[in-house]
Design a protein around this ligand. Sequence first.
Ligand SMILES: [Zn+2]
Length: 638
Amino acid sequence: MKIAIGYLVLLLSIGLAPEGSAAVAADITSAYPGTLSLKVDLGDASRRIFHVREVMPVSPGPLTLYYPKWIPGEHAPSGPLQNMAGLVITADGETLPWRRDLVDMYAIHLIVPQGVHDLGVAFDFLSPTSGGEFGQSVSATSNIVDLEWNQVLVYPAGYVSKAITFSASVKLPAGWQYATALEPHHSGSGDVQFKSVTLNNLVDSPLIAGEYFRQVDLDPGATVPVYMDIVSDGPENLVITPEQIQHYRNLVQQAYKTFGSHHYDSYHFLFTLSDNTGHFGLEHHQSSDDRTWADYFTHPDTTLVGSGLLPHEYTHSWNGKFRRPYDLWTPDFNSMPEKDDLLWVYEGLTEYLGEVMTARSGLWTREDYRQALALTAATMDHMPGRTWRPLQDTADEASILYYAPGAWHNWRRNAGDFYAEGTLLWLDVDTKIRELSHDHRSLNDFAREFFGINKGSYVTVTYNFDDVVNALNKVQPYDWAGFLKHILDTTQYHAPLEGITRGGYRLVYTDQPSKYEKASDKVRKQLNAMFSIGLQLDMEDKNKGAVQDVLWNGPAYKAGLAPGMQIIAVNGRAFTPEVFRDAIRRAQSSTAPIQLLVKNLDYYKTYAVDYHGGLKYPHLERVQSQADYLDQIITPLK
Ligand SMILES: [Zn+2]
């Protein structure tokens, strides 16, 4: 792309680029005139290149184009601008010069010449081949493509996203099938043209496509249908048992009973089963982009560990999309930052309700639920970082912490904490309502009160802290502001486990891992000994024994270990998980420290860990004198 020098002088002289202009405030009253046409050619998807062609009605004069930066659901300025290449802007067949804003690099400034009414924009999206988080992770394989529209478009600045209309189409590789919440206008020979939608709805409606595809009807006969659409790298991963389908059908009904509403015309779980793509879930009003292990339906360990994903993303249709923190709502994807301080509601409550519904729908047994909760509670109860960073701050800094390294998680704390501690917080609220109301009310009443409004509408209704407190007070009068603030702002070492004790259980440790923890370690290829010697180790073949994390001030920390080291031998014997566990077991009846031969980059050293407490794995133990609220909470709603 060449910049015509004369043109640049013009840009400078009228105060556009390149000195860096402030974001263009979105006009919230007027609609953008005309419809933007967007064609995405996915014919090269297996090479991970998406070709983009846009035609935009314009008026002569200065114009700023935005590439989406703040991505809803990712809670961060994570739009993958670095993957945009080959940008060419044309008018009447001529290439136009453009200049990037020096402050907001997601903004591109240009001048539309006199007499020009349509602008052509073309670029290639270089979909990643490795690494990345969420939508920036691998999204295309030989047989799959997961398309997020925000990655393949630019839009005119100065208008709210719901005032800009797009007519979008995709070209798919021959023979591939697709799914999306968008409605097709017509399709033929691999081209699918969708009905025109507003920009916010387009970005809210990702598309998956693949050679191996299966659709499962999760609410047969319903006027508002719910589907699970699955793509995978091979046909063997599309095998689902009738029992698994029934659990997901239960999930839909349990969600309707929990919320007393729905906020979509139809709903699509867009489910990618692949060991080659990134693994995450991204919520939308009428769909979710859910990506997990290839053998999710066919291997009991991955089924157990992965079952919470779809209930979590589905819950977001109510909590996060339909009802959203006021400062996470933005008029477009660029002109205002998203603020993350209420993510302990958006994500924390979703994590709690999602896991409860995983159990209510039968995806988890009651025992599975308790085992997963025990692991969450123990993890949060071994989090020395709680002494300097309160839960509230993990949300406040979320847009950075989502991208924090895993090393020293327990001292740094990360964005996962308002999910895990959010679970404990909302269990605390749920059991407190049950106790105060003498079992007459529960968080189910709050869910209907808060999310059960405007049935069928997917126009976002925002809320703030006081709205949450007021809704809780309507269900059960109490000092909820004080109650919540205490958990959000405390810097005490121990996690809020009152919900578990009020729920009729206590957190205990034995020398045997639960089925859930065993499966979790196996699927994640790790060895979790954080609750005993204070180490979490990598079990990947190429990295076996590498230290992923060390409990701050724990036994291994005091001996001198740190993330990034690798355990080579234990008490003089080559490292294996069995040798490691056996050494911890034997040290219980000895005063001799455990000797760890450790590789630290190019050097080897032996560290003596003075630990004699044995293996420790968390479990929930029933306290008979307390009502079993936990069991009531996960009982399917009638
Ligand atoms: Zn979420």
